[in-house]
Design a protein around this ligand. Structure first.
Ligand code: AHG
Ligand code: MN
Ligand code: MN
Length: 337
């Protein structure tokens, strides 16, 4: 019989063998995973659980909140606030940071999350997910404040996501490669189903919302035009396109079989750097993608090197198979000269 390794077992073995998962971080990851199981249950109930539709409120970014956005946010906070591993949390669905209440012990870690990614897909029964990023509170700072969160992504201690699709899959990095776990519903535990996840350097598959094409800048348009020319054009190969509109699901496909994902700046709202958020969407995904041998830029610079200036900062995103990401980035840098 093949040996089944649960998330708990995996984390304990990693801690013993390599010592790179401190006890508090292990607890944190397990608690996030447990929260994701609870969110998965709500997601699966759908209309039967009365979790579909809008909540009638807006978040700090002016987006209409869905019931599941709020449920997932509450589940993550409730699960994480009492364990003693965290100092504070930040979320797409909350304007400011959530400091662990005084009645609980405070830990050294900071947790950021997009509780429900792909909100437009909830009601249509298409894959959605939860994205999370873990930082360590800067040394020597008493208490905790928003500025403590504003660290570049290369300082993440861990990052991951859980995709609620045909399977519920948890994907994780602690800076030593990428591993995938699949939820065994009968056992109620995440089981290791893929270690050493690797993204092929080349691909014939891209993901972008093509309906925004007329708003892109010239280098982005050039790249996609060349892909669309296919085997008779400069790229000399036919491309395929996928756009799920849930970043988790698009990134999951890329971690599974390669590809490139783009959500670039565009002229619709020129003052916004992009649609996606740096701290709890781009940074954790960039960390995972790099750890799987891919690359991630904001069309010009490595995402993980960007110094954030605010919690809900937006960013352009290009990530996935290394050679494509480098080509897109080169087109932008050349055009900027
Ligand atoms: P969220 O549901 O957390 O607001 O994120 C949605 C994001 C991302 O998951 C996806 O790639 C993108 O928005 C889809 O945007 P379009 O609807 O513009 O295609
Ligand atoms: Mn999102
Ligand atoms: Mn969201």
């Amino acid at each position: 019989m093949t040996r089944r390794i649960s998330l708990t077992q995996y984390l304990i073995e990693q801690q013993r063998q390599h010592g790179h998962i401190p006890q508090e971080l292990r607890l944190l990851i397990e608690v996030v995973a447990r929260a994701c199981k609870r969110i998965a249950i709500s997601v699966n109930k759908g209309a039967l659980g009365e979790v579909l539709g809008t909540a009638g409120s807006e978040n700090v970014q002016g987006e209409v909140q869905k019931k599941l956005d709020i449920i997932a946010n509450e589940v993550l906070i409730e699960a994480n606030e009492w364990g003693g591993h965290l100092a504070a949390m930040a979320s797409e669905e909350m304007e400011g940071i959530y400091v662990v209440p005084n009645r609980f012990p405070q830990g050294e870690y900071l947790l950021m999350f997009d509780p429900l990614d792909g909100s437009s897909n909830i009601d249509v029964n298409v894959s959605i997910g939860t994205i999370f990023s873990v930082l360590k509170k800067p040394e020597g700072s008493a208490g905790v404040c928003e500025a403590d969160f504003l660290q570049p992504g290369h300082q993440q201690a861990a990052a991951g996501y859980c995709v609620y699709g045909p399977q519920t899959t948890l994907v994780l990095t602690v800076g030593d490669g990428v591993v995938m776990f699949t939820l065994d519903r009968e056992q109620g535990s995440f089981v290791l189903t893929e270690d050493e996840v690797k993204i092929p350097e080349d691909t014939k598959e891209f993901a972008i919302n093509m309906s925004n094409m007329r708003h892109w800048d010239a280098p982005m348009k050039r790249y996609i035009d060349e892909c669309l020319e296919g085997s008779t054009g400069v790229r000399g190969k036919d491309f395929n396109m996928r756009w799920i509109a849930s970043m988790v699901a698009d990134v999951h496909r890329i971690l599974t079989r390669g590809g490139v994902f783009m959500y670039p700046w565009d002229k619709r709202e020129p003052n916004k750097a992009g649609k996606l958020r740096l701290m709890y969407e781009a940074n954790p995904m960039a960390f995972l993608v790099e750890q799987a041998g891919g690359a991630a830029t904001n069309t010009r610079q490595r995402i993980l090197d960007l110094q954030p200036s605010q919690l809900h900062e937006r960013v352009s995103v290009v990530l996935g198979s290394k050679n494509e990401v480098e080509q897109i980035t080169r087109y932008h840098l050349e055009a900027g000269k």
